[in-house]
Design a binder for this molecule. Structure first.
Ligand SMILES: [Zn+2]
Length: 308
């Protein structure tokens, strides 16, 4: 093949586009992370969708997170594109609508939904109010014609819960209360792939209203002990251990900032004027004043924010 100057310039442009895309958001994209494990980046800004992970077992697929119903539909369509195997299990990393309101969609499509006990406990507290309010603003939720959220059908009685079919080993871990009481991680020990749900996101997506902010860093430290090679977050692009390191830095600094502010008698607004390190800044937002207020409530009331 003869290489023209234009051809060389085009190749250069393509390479530049590729390297930019690796770290930037690509909502709606599906990438194979390791053989038989696909990461689907959710349309967070456009449709509120979380990320999904499609895991190919010997005879079937496991999906990480039920997503909103409209996200579930897209994830199922993508699963059918990458593998002929049926979706048999769907794991709710936690109870939030963008991760669990698609449950009924999946059960109607023959899959079994599952999660840790805290997912069901939190649904009992937050529902049916959260569902009914979502149904007012979201067509996909209203269209399911349910009065309330469908909890996961299978509630794990063991931690970790292990699925091993001889071809693939998939573990589900609960390391305690971080983003929510039911936070679950999906872990592929052989491939060193960790799916974190919202206990670790990659961007300004840390909603703290259901969290235990003070315990959050401990949960991340436990997950880091697995030494993952690939980290697939609940929101934002996929990456490696740097996602856990950044999330840990953010939660540590946020806790420290609010603790010092409370001691000094500052208001949440005054505390929010404080700055975090450059390393933690990728996680600031959702919004920042809300994050500070939630941690402030936790510190001043002396109980997890999510239990208030
Ligand atoms: Zn969440």
């Amino acid at each position: 093949m003869r290489r023209t100057l234009l051809g060389i310039m085009f190749a250069g442009l393509m390479a530049a586009a590729f390297f930019t895309a690796v770290s930037e958001a690509q909502p709606g994209s599906v990438k194979e992370i390791v053989k038989g494990v696909w990461f689907r980046e959710g349309e967070i800004d456009a449709m509120g969708h979380c990320n999904n992970v499609i895991i190919e077992m010997k005879d079937y697929l496991v999906i990480v997170d039920a997503n909103f119903p409209s996200g579930a539909k897209l994830a199922l369509a993508d699963a059918r594109k990458v593998s002929p195997k049926p979706v048999r299990y769907v794991f709710d990393t936690h109870h939030h609508g963008d991760h669990a309101y698609g449950n009924a969609f999946w059960t109607r499509n023959g899959a079994e939904t599952m999660g840790f006990p805290g997912v069901v406990e939190m649904m009992k507290i937050r529902e049916p109010q959260a569902w009914q309010s979502a149904a007012k603003s979201r067509k996909d939720v209203a269209e399911l014609k349910l009065r309330t959220a469908e909890p996961p059908k299978t509630v794990f009685s063991k931690n970790p819960h292990v699925m091993d079919d001889g071809v693939r080993r998939l573990e589900f871990h609960h390391y305690g209360w971080a983003h929510t009481k039911g936070d679950g991680f999906a872990w592929l020990p052989k491939e060193r792939v960790l799916c974190t749900g919202d206990a670790a996101t990659n961007g300004p997506y840390n909603y703290i209203g259901d969290a235990h902010a003070g315990n959050w860093p401990k949960v991340i430290e436990s997950a880091m002990k697995l030494k993952p090679r690939h980290v697939l977050p609940g929101h934002g692009p996929a990456g490696g251990a740097e996602i856990l390191e950044g999330e840990l830095a953010f939660m540590r600094e946020l806790n420290a900032l609010v603790e010092a502010g409370v001691k000094a008698g500052k208001t949440p607004e005054q505390i929010a004027a404080g700055k975090l390190s450059a390393r933690a800044r990728n996680w600031v937002g959702a919004p920042w004043t809300g994050q500070v207020k939630d941690v402030y409530l936790e510190k001043t009331k002396g109980v997890p924010r999510g239990s208030l």
